[in-house]
Design a protein around this ligand. Sequence first.
Ligand SMILES: Cc1ncc(COP(=O)(O)O)c(C=O)c1O
Length: 492
Amino acid sequence: MHPIAFTAQHDKEAIYLQLAGALRNAIKAGELMTGAKLSSARTMASAYQLNRHTVMNALQLLVAEGWLEAREKSGYFVTRTLPIDSSVEQEKQPQYIPKPLTFAQPMSDPVTAELAQYKYNFAGGLPDIEQFPFVEFKRALSNVCQRIDAKKLHYGAVGGESELKFQIQAYLQRARNLQAEDLVVCNGSQEALFLSARVFISPGDYVACESLGYPPARKAFSACGARIIDIHQDEQGLCVADLEAQLQRYRIKLLYLTPLHQYPTTVTLSPTRRLQIYQLCYQYGVVIIEDDYDHEFHYRCQPLQPMASDDPAGIVIYISTFSKIMFAGARVGYICARTQILEQIRAHKQLINHKNDVLTQLGVAYWMQTGQFERHLKRMTKLYKSRSEAMAQELRRYQQMGLPLSFVYPDGGMAMWVECGTNVHGVKASARKHGIYLQTQDEFYFPDSERSLLPSATDITHVRLGFAGQDTMLMSQGLRQLMLLIYPRYLS
Ligand SMILES: Cc1ncc(COP(=O)(O)O)c(C=O)c1O
């Protein structure tokens, strides 16, 4: 067969790859018929003005890929068994048109706020990444790489590296009075939340949540087939009487709680309510998921011990994260629960991703072991406390100027929950135009709840203002811009 048309481009990839590509395309298009004998390498080399070795390399590549067959003393042939009908004209070759796909559970592509685009960042739970001791952490990683036990780099240890588990257990005992006999290291709390849902929820099961809450948790429950029951909350957190009423009405399987700093209102659930909730859950056979996402950052006093630290019935699944202590991209979270639950969690985790990244786990373990981790925590708690005071001071100044806003200075956390005294539905969009990122109350409801407590748009009066992620100067400038947007008549 005559050589196909081909001209080598000298500024592109290797010429033998270009020639192989041209031959491959000609075969796919039916231009080189299945079973046809190709011109000899010498003929092709002379036709394309190439070295014969270059042509041979291209042919051998196509033999290795299965497009050509080499026959001793006969030359190269297009593989006979290729399902390409060379007798059909090129225009009549089958045209592949993408067919509609049927997804089991269609979801929209996630859109995450590009926070770097905002000049003023009031995102609620973000740490100040610029303050992270990268040099220190680089040393920890480098130390780990220098004396790594290669066995650790294989599969296995689904629940986490023993060094990290040991450090977390010791830390939990020391800082949170939580005696965790075992734990599973997860890809952030999100994986822990999803896995907890996966092992407990069958489609149609009920999960109770605070009416205002962390949307990714409720989406994970819902994706596992849960029907969400919103429970009323007041200025002290989850309303126990409403929980009891819903427990009587629905066979609730899980209760998702953020007791230390309620998300998004930051309220700390009192010991009395914690005990009442625990007793009710025990009575109704409900498992509690305690999401303790920013435990360290408590300013008024020592943080209350987690509910999991006093769990005689073993009904609490305790979930926490390094996303606020380090940064979300570290993807280190963990889950403590009784043995039977952890066995299930490990089995399901293995199906998803086998295990967490080993180097990061060992790096974090080393960082913890040297004491640098807790020094970083102390520094950040002090810094965030001063930033929270600065924000409170600014807000009080606006109150004194007559703006109808109110807030309770939080015992801890990384954000303030501010009642603006006016409707703020739509403020997020106008703030975005001014380079300000903030979250408004409506974002924290779950419209798809079986029992939804979503208020009407006119009742959206709160904003959540994160204070940890930016310095006080930016906070103050951003707040002024925001006040002008929320209260144009007062401040203009
Ligand atoms: C309530 C709550 N839970 C958990 C997390 C942390 O998630 P992850 O550990 O997956 O980064 C956050 C982070 O924003 C949160 O606000």
